[in-house]
Design a binder for this molecule. Sequence first.
Ligand code: FAD
Ligand code: MG
Length: 349
Amino acid sequence: MKRKFLPVLALSLLLSACTAPIQPTPTSEPTSVPQANETLLAMDTVMQLTVYGDNATAALSAAKSEILAMENRLSVTLEGSDIWKLNHSEGQPVTVGDDAVFLLETARDLGDKTGGALDVTLYPVVKAWGFTTGEYQIPPEDTIASLLGRVDYTALSWEGNDVTLPAGMEMDLGAIAKGYAGERAADILRDNGVTSALLNMGGNVQTVGAKPDGTAWRIGIRDPQKSATDYLGVLSVIDQAVVTSGGYERFFEEDGVRYWHIMDPKTGAPARSGLTAVTIVSHSGALCDGLSTSLFVMGLEKASDYWREQGDFEAIFINEENEVWITPGLRDSFSLTQNSGYTLHIVEE
Ligand code: FAD
Ligand code: MG
């Protein structure tokens, strides 16, 4: 039995590059605008925060505090977090913070709209595969079947901030909370007068405004088949979140088969939809994060239908046939790199 897995630090560094800002070329003029930078490890991710403007240092400090506070409230593993309390509540109501309630509402809405492709109660299954500990294994089919009996996001209920998770169930907001942390951090920066910032949070990139020179941020979209620094294309954005879910982020291999951490709640196994990565672009980091996971599960055809129905985001879908499908709104802002080996297609409206 052959197993490969990446140690946490290497993994974190990898995560930091799945969707990443392209560094300025050496010929760029150095900017005279004041700037503050910080690299922090939070949510098991190396985060690089860059903020421009006169109030950059104070604003960055406030945004960083919020990210760390959100980690303390929303982590599934940290004892005493809202989610930890819910998972140890044995069916009793737990009073949680506003961000947990917002994320539960967003996740339920996305769960309903995606036919259950996003399910925050999948955690027992994710644990059984070892994705929470690095002790990877393929669980026996009867174990998965029995665990799936404890998976159903519609069983979660809440009144105000009092949330009830039925006894025997466990939940985790890992598929959506990092995107929301980026969104909240951006809001805090804006409240502090910042008009230009780049928050690189692993596969999640959150931008505030444009670059200090007024041009768009350039975000590299990683080639799922290659190393973390190989981009198949570049996306230009202003004041948007860009979130990617890919089968290369967290995985193990056994007998030549790759098993990744994005799971299909219908099968309790890694989602095999033909997609290898999904990038979502919108104003809301939480929406981007929730959709990048669930549209990966749904596959190109159903994901395109979903986009046609909802239309409140743009997307880049990469499939096993080396095709890159983009929604029409990205026509002018996305381009393949030269000799990428991929073909570009536009999702029909
Ligand atoms: P995404 O596609 O956004 O999410 C995939 C993750 O969501 C999976 O890992 C699984 O947990 C879950 N999932 C899989 N399929 C589904 C589905 N269909 N529906 C719903 N959920 C699904 N990781 C650690 O190793 N140690 C930590 O201490 C740690 N702390 C964290 C604290 C917080 C607050 C958050 C938000 C995450 C933390 N993580 C931690 C998790 C780590 O950052 C994950 O890699 C990340 O949350 C998953 O994001 P992603 O972009 O890789 O993949
Ligand atoms: Mg996600």
